[in-house]
Design a protein around this ligand. Sequence first.
Ligand code: 4AD
Ligand code: MG
Length: 434
Amino acid sequence: MSEPAFDTIGRVFRDDARGRAVRLRGWVLRSRSSGGILFVLLRDRSGVVQVTGKRDVLGAEAFDAAEHVQVEGAISVEGTVADDPRAPGGREVRAARIVVIDAGLPFPIFADQTEEFRLDTRHLAIRSQEHAATFRVKAELLRAFREFLDREEVLETTPPVLTGNAAEGGSEAFRFDYFGRPAYLSQTAQLYLEALLAPHERVYALTPSFRAEKSRTPKHLTEYLHLEVELAWCDLDGLIDFIERMVVHALHALAERRAAELTQLGRPPAELAAIRAPFPRIPYGEAIAQLKARGLPVDWGSDLGTAEERALTLEEPTPIFVTRWPRAIKAFYMPPSPDDERTVEAADLLAPEGYGEIVGASCRDTDPERLARRLTEMGVDPKEYDWYLDLRRHGSVPHAGFGLGIERFLRWVLRREHIRDTTPFPRTPSRLTP
Ligand code: 4AD
Ligand code: MG
């Protein structure tokens, strides 16, 4: 015989639920008892509700067992929904029966512990209301991006994560032994997406990328989720338009569908709903001039660090594009600007308020000789990239693409201090477990 169905806690708060019998199951957020009444805050995937149980209703033995359930212990409850202005949400469940599923050991996490301890106990810490809200927003963000890409007829593809090339620069690639040969964990799916572009024209992938960056900063992970898009017949302006529309769609979807979680996390949904395209587009040269005028120690040719990104975006309500970057500080596959050999057709999207680069975008060079030359200049043997150069020998067409770091994006959206708070099990130079 199958079990009678359980209700979700969300059901308790529906208009028609008052006076109804419900069966709930979940985890104990908090509990206390006084004068023969037990008060339990019960949580499931849909919400939190107060459950009250009286000793004389539940029976002495069941009451004692329920009273000894620890924080994060698991129980099931049968009871009746009643209005109670003192309960969170104005409703409670008056229990007729409480069954202990796992009373649990004393929960090790409580207020005022160090961040280090919380990271050591991350497997339990992720049960907090804050983490739960964060990862629901993250799931919605992924859904919104996929929804947009699907609507734009961009095909989801599945490039590998184990590779023989370090595409974004050798020093930041994790190298490992692959049956006696050197191999790398993927830093980007771009090269594979460029190959998949010929049969499909518009492709994307959502895969983990890995960066062996030792730098401990609030915006670097060693493993992050990378959304990468590659579009045929696309130039830099077309790419920038596409990115803008995708970003705005995602922000508006979050504001609409995760308003409660955003509010709970301190980000007013209306702020996200107010962000609209177009975003400002500033050529790199102009950005440098602006920064110099403000007294920052930068020269044409230097990369933008955290302080520079901050200065450019602190007052901006929307993200901004910085375009036409110096060739020397960008990747080998970026083509020169048509009217200036010193710069490349690239654009970085910088988040407002100093949250830094969230998207790296560029056109892709279609000239195999120039690509080979640039690889050689970087000290890489073009033979290692022969398969990539082959793409330029068989129906090569103009194309462009970008990569967006999901956790970077979410860090800005939720205004989190550290990027590790946007992923359940962060990977940083000092953290590999849990
Ligand atoms: O600018 P990046 O290095 O560009 C590429 O890898 C391109 N091949 C992508 C492409 O065009 N298909 O990385 C792209 C984005 C950055 O803008 C940033 O959002 C994120 O990836 N990112 C990181 N996120 C978290 N931790 C790190 N260490 C990151 N490094 C880059
Ligand atoms: Mg970049």
